[in-house]
Design a binder for this molecule. Structure first.
Ligand SMILES: *Cc1c(COP(=O)(O)O)cnc(C)c1O
Length: 452
């Protein structure tokens, strides 16, 4: 083997081979040279030594380069809001609205009635007010940006009260206290990790306090000896002290899903009804829209956010605003929202729906993988409904000699990539997050993964 490695050809020699020279007609010289270099380097380190056919190895590397880095994948994990897989897939009307403004010009900042300058923040204002009942609303780039903006506008240079039980990390090493400090506000921690009482807030509310912040513990639940004040009582206390009460609810649940057994996530309208002055939430979690951060609440406070310089730094782009507006419009009829918004549809699939889907997927899978059905659980993901039980039916596959991790790897490297789970020595496909239209592609990916 060592000998074969010593005999590796030079870059110049390979470039003279007719089949490789031919590639120069279809690809830039630099790209071909790079691919040749990569091919030789791989041969040097690979246990099997040089490829059988240098030209086809180089050709493959060239076409890999031509593939986009960011591309669609099929999500067979059953995690509905999978942060690594881009969170919420969008409703067709949202996709259409985004494509329409993306392809051309739009009235993003033009008032068509008067022909004068308009404001981009107007486009989602009415729909957000309509669906939440808030006095005013503002959409920005994401919820972390919304939090940064709200605290910058309301509390820079002053204190923000927050319970020690809510100094949380959301994921991707995003920590609430870090964002808070970046706003220029000072953190004043009250209570303890497991228990914070109304009295803790009352005692701490002095003239130095610019805002009270509560944060939904999105990705975990506390049980046992725990206490959090009732939000209506806390709101009343803040109102009495004339201190803004800001609530970060995280997920942006806009319609009650308890009929499907999904409980424990705060409704945005509920937080407002309890008396919060500002409520902040994500656009691409349970709301089911594009990446965005929403700020809804009292007119004067939303106005302070809108006018703050940070608003410019975290502003939403035209595609986001178009997609969010179209998604919000679906909530005018909650039944339509559940039907049309993929996140809500996937979360509310019944056990019978899922068993049917799993059966239809299993019959398309190659027999060599011995597909069978098995009860399992899906997850909402994205720090939403962390404790919810989402029973599903999994299609389980015996990967044979490839081993389950080997098959899962091949599926990820395929085109389209399929991201599956591995468990109990088998590859698991959860049909909850696979649209029925994708089943043929999943089956084809399995056939492809088994080749050679
Ligand atoms: C997810 C989450 C955020 C961050 O939202 P992004 O839209 O990802 O920026 C902030 N706060 C809470 C409580 C969350 O759950």
């Amino acid at each position: 083997m060592t000998d074969r490695r010593r005999e590796l050809p030079s870059v110049d020699r390979l470039l003279l081979e007719p089949e490789i020279r031919e590639l120069l007609h279809t690809a830039p010289r630099l790209a071909v040279v790079d691919a040749v270099r990569e091919s030789i380097a791989a041969a040097r380190t690979r246990r099997g030594g040089p490829p059988e056919n240098w030209a086809s190895d180089v050709r493959e590397r060239l076409s890999d380069r031509a593939r986009a880095s960011l591309r669609p994948v099929l999500n067979a994990t059953g995690v509905v809001l999978h942060t690594n897989l881009g969170r919420a897939p969008l409703a067709p009307v949202a996709v259409a609205a985004m494509a329409a403004v993306a392809a051309g010009y739009s009235n993003l900042e033009l008032d068509l009635d008067t022909g004068t300058r308009g404001s981009r923040s107007d486009h989602c204002r009415q729909p957000l007010r309509g669906v939440t009942g808030a006095e005013d609303a503002l959409a920005v780039n994401n919820a972390a940006g919304a939090l940064l903006l709200a605290l910058s506008a309301l509390a820079s240079g002053r204190d923000v009260l927050i319970s020690r039980g809510e100094l949380i990390e959301i994921g991707g090493s995003f920590r609430i206290p870090d964002i808070l400090l970046r706003s220029g506000a000072a953190l004043r921690e009250i209570g303890t990790t497991n228990r914070t009482h109304l009295d803790d807030y009352r005692r701490a509310l002095d003239v130095g306090v610019a805002a009270v912040l509560t944060v939904h513990r999105s990705n975990f639940e506390q049980r046992g000896f725990v206490a959090t004040p009732d939000s209506a009582e806390l709101a009343a206390l803040c109102r009495e002290a004339e201190v803004p009460y800001v609530v970060d609810v995280g997920s942006g649940l806009l319609t009650d899903l308890s009929a499907w057994g999904l409980r424990g996530e705060p409704l945005v309208s509920g937080a407002l009804a309890a008396g919060a002055d500002l409520v902040l939430f994500s656009g691409d979690k349970l709301l089911g829209g594009p990446q965005a951060g929403c700020i809804v609440g009292r007119r004067a406070m939303v106005a302070r956010c809108r006018e703050h310089p940070v608003a410019r730094a975290v502003r939403a782009d035209k595609m986001t605003l178009a997609g969010l507006e179209a998604t919000l419009a679906l909530y005018r009829d909650p039944a339509e929202a559940v039907r049309e918004i993929p996140v809500l549809r996937m979360l509310t699939l019944t056990s019978a729906d899922l068993a049917g889907r799993a059966g239809r997927l299993a019959v398309l899978c190659p027999a060599a993988l011995q597909p069978s059905l098995q009860p399992g659980e899906s997850a909402a993901g994205g720090g939403s409904f962390p404790e919810a039980h989402l029973p599903t039916t999994l299609v389980t596959l015996d990967a044979g000699g490839l081993g389950p991790d080997g098959l899962a790897l091949r599926l990820r490297l395929g085109d389209p990539a399929v991201v599956a789970r591995v468990g109990n020595g088998r590859v698991l496909l959860d049909p909850r997050t696979l649209p029925e239209e994708s089943f043929a592609a999943v089956a084809a990916a399995l056939v492809e993964a088994l080749r050679e």
